[in-house]
Ligand binder design. Structure first.
Ligand code: PRT
Ligand code: ZN
Length: 285
């Protein structure tokens, strides 16, 4: 079977999570420190370690077939690549920020002003869509210091916790777009490689579904089973098993991790006891 080539970030915020995802997909990589590339020994995959900025170009050219990187880089590089799956990590915003004491009266604030960024294409498209005339100053890094040194009136950059803005006396005034790590692909893959990609995607989805869901087990008096089942729809419907103690049942189901805390009180008020919530390792829908 021909090998699928995946490009991931060599070192940076996406590296560990990208490798972890492959590992959770059961893909074992040959040991050895990350050089330029490595091969999986139980899956037809070759891993190339690159700078994230270069990944869209390499995937467009077919040097790599697929890649993992931030959506922000995909949007900025504007190459012929297909986003095939959102991966749920490295979430961030791309925002406009200005000095914190400035009065902000809406987007027209930026008209005839100068904004520093490392994402000039995304920003240019945004200002054009808003019919604003803004000078864009492209810089490679440390964008947040630009207003302080008189290089620009505002900045457009990645914001995560907001502490970088705070430390530099800036405030976020507009979120232009959001980003997370995504899987991209060359738009034209040979059939064999596409088959490997489908296998990989199947595994990625199983891992992601599992991460978002928990297995829940609880005991309830038989008269509450219907009400509790209505709160816990499960994958198809909950499993209900009789307990050894007459009049009681055990209910098993799957809940979204982020919904669990919202429904816990409802479950208790309906008589649920002995509630266990356990992680799911893989989940195939
Ligand atoms: O060397 P290479 O070119 O491969 O890496 P890089 O330095 O270009 O990228 P890296 O590793 O810093 O980030 C990779 C990707 O992580 C980005 O393209 C984003 O998709 C994503 N990501 C998620 C972030 C952040 N969160 C983030 N907070 N990338 C950068 N930041 C920086 C941001 O630039 C700003 O300086 O963190 C600062 C803001 O963070 P807060 O928490 O202070 O708001
Ligand atoms: Zn980069």
């Amino acid at each position: 079977m021909s090998k699928l080539k995946i490009a991931i970030q060599k070192s940076g915020r996406l590296s560990e999570k990208s490798l972890e995802l492959l590992k959770e997909c059961g893909i074992k990589l040959s040991n050895g420190d990350r050089k330029l590339k490595t091969t999986a020994f139980n899956f037809p995959l070759e891993v190339l370690f690159l700078r994230d900025d270069d990944i869209p170009q390499y995937v467009e050219q077919g040097v790599a077939d697929i890649g993992i990187l931030g959506e922000n880089e995909v949007l900025e590089k504007d190459k012929q690549v297909k986003v095939i799956e959102k991966l749920g990590f490295a979430g961030c915003k791309l925002s406009l920020a200005i000095p914190k004491d400035e009065y902000y009266n809406g987007l027209t604030y930026f008209n005839q002003k100068k904004v520093a960024t490392s994402y000039p294409k995304i920003l240019d498209r945004f200002f054009k869509s808003q019919n604003l005339n803004v000078e864009i100053e492209t810089i490679g890094g440390s964008v947040e210091i630009a207003p302080g040194i008189g290089l620009a009136d505002g900045i457009f950059d990645i914001v995560s916790t907001g502490s970088t803005l705070l430390m530099n006396g800036l405030k976020e005034v507009e979120v232009v777009t959001e980003s997370e790590a995504v899987l991209i692909s060359n738009p034209i893959l040979a059939a064999e490689k596409n088959a490997v990609l489908e296998k990989l995607l199947f595994r990625i989805r199983a891992v992601r579904n599992a991460a978002e869901n928990k297995y829940i087990l609880l005991n309830a008096p038989n008269e509450s089973v219907a009400a509790i089942s209505a709160i816990l729809p499960g994958m198809k419907s909950p499993t209900i098993l009789p307990l050894a103690q007459p009049g009681w049942s055990s209910i098993h189901s799957v809940v979204k991790e982020d919904q669990f805390w919202d429904i816990i009180d409802q479950l208790k008020s309906k008589g649920a006891q002995g509630i266990l919530v356990v992680p799911i390792e893989k989940m195939i829908l």
